[in-house]
Design a binder for this molecule. Structure first.
Ligand code: ATP
Ligand code: MG
Length: 408
C-alpha cells in the first residue's frame, strides 16, 4: 500500500492556514496518554477523542474532544484538527474509523481493527495464514447456535468459553470442565457468539510487537514473556534469555506474517502461548492480537532506543520506521488499583519513596483519579546492566508494593 495523500506529516510544521501538525487518537486511556507523550516529544500537537473529561490522555493533550466514538460532530472535529489519526482502544467502532478514513489517513485501518475485535474472525485470519505464520491457534469451536453447542467435540473440554467480542483482561471468559458446564456458561453469557478453546497446558506466555509502515516495512521488538494473575497482565520480562532463540525468531516471523497478511499499518501486538506438546510449530500457539501498542510493550519506553509509542507515531505519520534496539534488560510490573489499599482495605499511598530509591526504577502513573481493585493505574519498569540485577530489583519492588507474579 502506498501512503495516502497528506503523508508524511512532518513534525513541528505549520500549515499555510496556521494549523500546527496535529496527530489524533481515538480513545483516551493510558495507551493514548503514552502515545500523546511520544507525539508531543517530536513536536506534534495532539487531539484525543474520548467522552470522559478525566481520561488519562485527554488531560495531557492539546485538544480533547469529549464525545462518544461514533458522534458525527466529534469525528468531524477530530478530522478537522488532525493530519493523521490512530486508535488506542481496540473496541472503537470500525465504522468510526471508516468515517475518519474518508478524509484523513487512519492507521490501523478499519478492516484490520474489525478482525481483531472479533475472536471468530481473528482465529480465521490466524488459521488462514497459519502455514506462512508458523504458529497455529489452540483447538477451538465457534458457538453461535444451539446446534453448534451440541456438536462440540469432547476433546475440546476442559476448555475456556470466550465471547467473540469485547473481552479484555480475562473478562467475558468462563472456564468449563464438561458439556453441562459449557451449556450453563453459554446461557449465562446470554448465548452471544463465542468460541470455545481447549484449555492448553501453558508453559509460558509471550507477546511480540511489530510496527508496519504504509510502504510495507516491518520492524519488530523481541518477544516478551508475560505473567498473568487472575487474567490480568502482572509482569513482563524483556530480555533475550526469556525464550530460546529459534522460538523467538519463529514468533517474530509469525507476527510479521500476520501483519503483512492484514496489510496492516501501525503497531500490532500478537500474544503467544508456549505449550509442552512441541509437535505443532515447536509448541508455539497464537492466542490473539491487539491492533495497537500493548501493555507488555511499555518497557520499551525505558529500555529501548525507540518505544512502541514512538513507532506508532512514525507509522501513522508516514515517517521512517527504524528497527528498535533494546539497550537494557527490563522487567515491567503492572500497578493495579489494589496497591492503593492496605490489607484492611484502607486507602493508602504506595511507598514510592522506598521504590524510587531502588536503582533503575521508572515509575509511570496514568493520572487516573480513583484507584479501584483490578484497574490499571500505572506501571514500573526496572532497567539495569544485567538480568540478575534487574530481577533482584524487581523482586524487591514487588515485595515493597505487595505485587504478585514475580515468582512465575
Ligand atoms: P487481554 O486482553 O488482557 O490480553 P483477554 O481477556 O483478551 O486478555 P485472552 O488473552 O484470550 O483474554 O486470555 C487471558 C488469559 O487466559 C491468557 O493470557 C492465558 O493466561 C489464559 N488463557 C486464555 N486462553 C487459554 C487457553 N486456551 N488455554 C490456557 N489458558 C488460556
Ligand atoms: Mg490476551
Amino acid at each position: 500500500m502506498s501512503a495516502p495523500a497528506g503523508l508524511p506529516v512532518l513534525p513541528g510544521t505549520v500549515s499555510p492556514a496556521g494549523q500546527p501538525a496535529t496527530l489524533g487518537v481515538m480513545g483516551g486511556g493510558q495507551l493514548g496518554r503514552m502515545f500523546v507523550h511520544a507525539a508531543q516529544r517530536l513536536g506534534y500537537f495532539t487531539a484525543v477523542l474520548d467522552a470522559d473529561p478525566q481520561s488519562p490522555a485527554g488531560r495531557v493533550s492539546h485538544h480533547h474532544i469529549q464525545t462518544g466514538y461514533s458522534d458525527p460532530a466529534g469525528l468531524a472535529q477530530l478530522a478537522g484538527l488532525c493530519a493523521a489519526i490512530t486508535t488506542e482502544f481496540e473496541n472503537v467502532p470500525a465504522g468510526a474509523l471508516q468515517t475518519l478514513a474518508a478524509s484523513r489517513p487512519v492507521a490501523p485501518g478499519a478492516a484490520a481493527v474489525a478482525i481483531a475485535q472479533n475472536r471468530i474472525d481473528e482465529k480465521s485470519h490466524f488459521t488462514a495464514c497459519a502455514e506462512v505464520a508458523g504458529a497455529t491457534c489452540a483447538p477451538y469451536a465457534v458457538i453461535e447456535t444451539p446446534a453448534q453447542l451440541q456438536a462440540v467435540a469432547a476433546d475440546l473440554l476442559p476448555g475456556i468459553l470466550k465471547t467473540a467480542r469485547m473481552g479484555y483482561d480475562g473478562k467475558g471468559q468462563v472456564r468449563v470442565k464438561n458439556a453441562a458446564e459449557l451449556a450453563a456458561a453459554w446461557a449465562d453469557l446470554k448465548q452471544v457468539p463465542c468460541v470455545l478453546e481447549k484449555l492448553m497446558p501453558l508453559r509460558a506466555e509471550y507477546s511480540v510487537i511489530v510496527a508496519r509502515g504504509w510502504d510495507g516495512t516491518v520492524v519488530s521488538f523481541p518477544p516478551q514473556r508475560n505473567v498473568h494473575v487472575d487474567g490480568i497482565l502482572a509482569v513482563t520480562h524483556a530480555y533475550a534469555s526469556n525464550m530460546p532463540a529459534a522460538q523467538a525468531e519463529r514468533a517474530q516471523a509469525a507476527t510479521k506474517n500476520i501483519a503483512n497478511h492484514l496489510n496492516y499499518v501501525g503497531v500490532l501486538c500478537v500474544e503467544f502461548f508456549v505449550v509442552d506438546d512441541g509437535s505443532t510449530h515447536g509448541g508455539l500457539i497464537v492466542n490473539e492480537m491487539a491492533p495497537r501498542p500493548h501493555n507488555s510493550g511499555h518497557y520499551s519506553i525505558d529500555a529501548c532506543d525507540v518505544s512502541q509509542f514512538d513507532l506508532q507515531v512514525h507509522a501513522m505519520a508516514g515517517l521512517p520506521l527504524p528497527a528498535p534496539r533494546q539497550h537494557s534488560p527490563a522487567i515491567m510490573l503492572n500497578l493495579l488499583g489494589d496497591v492503593w489499599f492496605d490489607a484492611a482495605g484502607q486507602a493508602r499511598t504506595p511507598d514510592w519513596q522506598a521504590v524510587l530509591a531502588l536503582p533503575g526504577t521508572h515509575l509511570h502513573l496514568y493520572g487516573k483519579p480513583d484507584a479501584r481493585p483490578g484497574r490499571k493505574m500505572g506501571h514500573i519498569t526496572i532497567t539495569g546492566a544485567d538480568v540478575a540485577g534487574v530481577l533482584a530489583v524487581a523482586r524487591r519492588a514487588a515485595e515493597l508494593l505487595g505485587l504478585p507474579g514475580m515468582d512465575a
